[in-house]
Design a protein around this ligand. Sequence first.
Ligand SMILES: NC(=O)c1ccc[n+]([C@@H]2O[C@H](COP(=O)([O-])OP(=O)(O)OC[C@H]3O[C@@H](n4cnc5c(N)ncnc54)[C@H](OP(=O)(O)O)[C@@H]3O)[C@@H](O)[C@H]2O)c1
Length: 245
Amino acid sequence: MTRGTAVVTGASSGIGAATARALAADGWEVIVGARRVDRLKALAVEIGATAHPLDVTDAASVDAFVASVGDCRLLVNNAGGALGLSPIADADEGQWRTMYDTNVLGVLRMTQRLLPALEASGDGQVVTIGSIAGYEPYPGGAGYNAAKFAVRAVMGVLRQELLGRPVRVCEIDPGMVETEFSLVRFGGDAPRAAAVYAGVEPLTADDVAECVRWVASRPPHVNVDQLVVLARDQAGARQVHRRPT
Ligand SMILES: NC(=O)c1ccc[n+]([C@@H]2O[C@H](COP(=O)([O-])OP(=O)(O)OC[C@H]3O[C@@H](n4cnc5c(N)ncnc54)[C@H](OP(=O)(O)O)[C@@H]3O)[C@@H](O)[C@H]2O)c1
């Protein structure tokens, strides 16, 4: 029995790919989107999903993606990430603009366009991947912090605006998850990315995917508003326990 159609953005790696796998295994008809179409297609073949190119910063790309969707009961706004770790004094405005465009406006574009289908399903759900960075600022994080704080505000507003209508709104806020996140943040610098996880047992993409799967499988009257999930080795954005390596 199918649970309906689930759209997962940013499914070419990390949390998005793991979420697509978990939802497909749970009986969802999954549609995946991202910019790296070769990876998406391989994933789609593996799990029996449908893949379409998607750049959430490009309104025309979002329109074309949504035009191919049809019915939809679950939207997972996962596409996003951080760029750089510079203090505000040296911040790169272009990186900030891209982070806002991807993490915040991308969520707006996808949610706005899929809301009619989500509502028409009679039990729609928006699940957005925020971050612990949306609760706790940290030095060097301002651009990403600002974007994830903004996402949390947007989800809070959306939940209020949809009150009385059949669409649930959930935000899942992970701490450190070992994916390509740090590689992207540090412009492909693999040693610097690996150092982020040195001596720590971070969350895996599958750990977060399991949260999405669980939230999406609650009965229609249950809205999990926010779910903060951290590794045992992490007690906040800046508090990380590291073992000697
Ligand atoms: N890893 C962590 O520690 C962590 C912690 C908290 C929250 N998060 C959040 O979790 C989400 C997933 O990140 P991840 O850890 O899985 O990192 P990741 O492995 O780098 O995956 C990021 C995904 O987002 C996609 N993406 C980026 N820009 C996009 C765009 N303009 N249009 C469409 N897709 C785009 C990427 O695909 P393409 O490049 O192929 O487009 C990729 O599939 C992000 O929102 C991130 O902020 C991550």
